[in-house]
Design a binder for this molecule. Structure first.
Ligand SMILES: [Mg+2]
Length: 224
C-alpha cells in the first residue's frame, strides 16, 4: 500500500473508535483466548493440555462472528470456569497500543469533535479495561454492541447505533482493526474508514482488504 493521505480531524465531526486492537493492544485478548484459557481450563477440569487446547479452540471457532463470541457469561457457562477471574490473572497485558494514549489525550483540544468508543467487548470486559486504563474517561461516551443484541459486523447494528447517537456519515470517521466491521460501516455510508495495521503487538498481520491502514493513531493529530 502506498502513502495514505489521512483526513484532517478538522473535517470530522464524529469519531468512532473500536477498543480492542485499535486503542488497546489485542495481545491481551489473543493471549487470553489462545494461550491462557486452554491452560487454565485444562488445570481446572483436570484435562491433558492437548485435549483442553483443541476443545477450547474448536468451541471458540464455532462461535466466531457471533455475539456469543464476545460474551463472557456465555463462555463462563460453556467452559464451566469464571472467565472474568481468569482474565484478571493476565490483566497486566491490558495496555494501550503505541500512540493511542497520546492520541486520546490530545483529542481534548478538538472542541468540535464527538468521540465514542464503539465495541463488541462484553460490558464486563469493558469494565476491567476501564479499571486498568481509564480510557472511558477520555471519550464522550461508549456503546457496547452487547446492549444492542447485534455485533458490529451486522449492518443492523449501525442502523440501531444511528438511532442512539446523532451522526452524519459524511463527517464520521471509524477506526477499527476488523475489515468485516469496516465493510458494514462502508455499507452504512460512513465516509472515513481506517483499519489498524498491527492490532496485536506480538503478531504479524496479513491485510487482504482495501481500507487505508494506520498504525500510530497520533499521526492523525499532525494532519493540517
Ligand atoms: Mg477490535
Amino acid at each position: 500500500m502506498g502513502i495514505v493521505n489521512y483526513p484532517s480531524l478538522n473535517d470530522i465531526e464524529t469519531l468512532l473508535l473500536d477498543m480492542d486492537g485499535t486503542l488497546l493492544d489485542l495481545r491481551f485478548d489473543n493471549h487470553f483466548w489462545v494461550d491462557h484459557l486452554p491452560v487454565r481450563y485444562g488445570d481446572i477440569h483436570g484435562l491433558e493440555h492437548e485435549l483442553a487446547n483443541s476443545h477450547v479452540e474448536r468451541q471458540l471457532r464455532d462461535a466466531e462472528g457471533t455475539l456469543n463470541w464476545y460474551c463472557t457469561d456465555h463462555w463462563s457457562r460453556h467452559f464451566n470456569v469464571d472467565i472474568m477471574t481468569l482474565k484478571r490473572e493476565v490483566e497486566h497485558l491490558i495496555q494501550y497500543r503505541p500512540g493511542t494514549e497520546k492520541f486520546l489525550r490530545e483529542l481534548d483540544s478538538y472542541d468540535h469533535l464527538k468521540i465514542y468508543i464503539v465495541t463488541d467487548a462484553h460490558p464486563n470486559v469493558l469494565a476491567l479495561k476501564q479499571m486498568v486504563t481509564g480510557l472511558l474517561d477520555q471519550v464522550h461516551d461508549h456503546h457496547c454492541s452487547h446492549h444492542y443484541g447485534l455485533p458490529k459486523r451486522d449492518l443492523r447494528f449501525w442502523q440501531a447505533l444511528s438511532e442512539q447517537i446523532d451522526f452524519d456519515p459524511a463527517t464520521t470517521m471509524m477506526i477499527d482493526d476488523s475489515p468485516a466491521v469496516l465493510q458494514q460501516c462502508r455499507n452504512f455510508g460512513i465516509e472515513h474508514l481506517l483499519c489498524v495495521e498491527k492490532p496485536d503487538s506480538g503478531r504479524a498481520h496479513d491485510h487482504k482488504h482495501d481500507f487505508p491502514l494506520i498504525d500510530d493513531l497520533s499521526i492523525l493529530l499532525e494532519q493540517p
